[in-house]
Design a protein around this ligand. Structure first.
Ligand SMILES: [Zn+2]
Length: 270
């Protein structure tokens, strides 16, 4: 499938034949395997083993289960196409190491070509925006058959979010900060591993975010600030009440109007 950046419907990348309505497996790796088989059979990808390895490496870094029963496993690999998408539904649910520990009932797997920077963020932000809507999720979960599921998924319009937040990327940017800080004290061997992990994350974030991140790291030694009791820990100034309450319990990133750092919720104690 060739990407046309002007087109903005999720269904531009997804055909009914790329939906598995009843995944056989409820194991994470096996279900990924099952989904990749579909892409291989339909000649949408050629290199299944490589794609699977990349997806698993990415899962090890941080689970792509975004909560509420949905996972978005992905990899940045050249498969001979610009983009490959496949969707799986599981009635029983799959253990995906989700942040909310809930089983996953809908898996949207995406592989995109490294020569198309920015594409993934566009897709991810668009999908996350729909999938965080409970009503929409319920509709997807309750679809009677493949064609009903396809018609609901076709409602997804991939417009860039005009909101002043970066959807579902807080854990990822925190991880990138941890890696960049660890790199300073790392041995050459450790550094090599950390560089690989950082590259994986950088491949997913768009240039404007990375630019801000790098500038903040250079200036302050960190880029992400927690919001505790409504106060940005980066500058000790109150953030707007609306933002403060939105951040709580969310995986979204906001930007501090005062110091420009990425604002995130403090890590929850288990
Ligand atoms: Zn601040």
């Amino acid at each position: 499938m060739k990407v046309n950046f002007k087109s903005s419907n999720f269904s531009d990348y997804l055909k009914p034949s790329q939906i598995v309505f009843n995944l056989k497996s409820n194991d994470k790796v096996q279900s990924l395997n099952e989904l990749l088989d579909i892409l291989l059979e339909q000649k949408i990808i050629k290199n299944k083993e490589l794609v699977l390895t990349r997806i698993i490496n990415r899962e090890k870094l941080e689970s792509t289960a975004i909560g509420h029963g949905v996972a978005l496993p992905h990899a940045r690999v050249n498969t001979g196409n610009d983009i490959a998408v496949v969707v799986g539904r599981s009635k029983e649910g799959i253990d995906f190491d989700a942040i909310d520990k809930k089983k996953v009932h809908l898996v949207i797997l995406m592989v995109w070509n490294p020569s198309l920077p920015g594409l993934f963020n566009h897709l991810f932000a668009g999908l996350a925006q729909y999938l965080r809507n409970e009503e929409f999720r319920e509709k997807l979960f309750k679809a009677k058959d493949k064609s009903e599921l396809y018609s609901y998924l076709s409602e997804i319009v991939l417009s860039i979010s005009p909101q002043d937040k970066i959807i579902s990327r807080a854990n990822l940017i925190k991880k990138l900060q941890e890696i960049e800080i660890s790199k300073k004290k790392a041995t050459p061997e450790q550094r090599e591993k950390l560089d690989k992990e950082a590259k994986l994350i950088r491949g997913e974030l768009d240039a404007a975010i990375l630019d801000r991140f790098d500038k903040l790291m250079e200036k302050y030694g960190y880029a992400v600030a927690e919001v505790v009791d409504g106060v940005c820990r980066g500058c000790n100034i109150n953030v707007a009440t609306g933002i403060s309450s939105s951040i709580e319990g969310s995986n979204d990133i906001y930007i501090c109007e005062n110091c420009g750092k990425f604002l995130v919720a403090p890590k929850k104690e288990d």
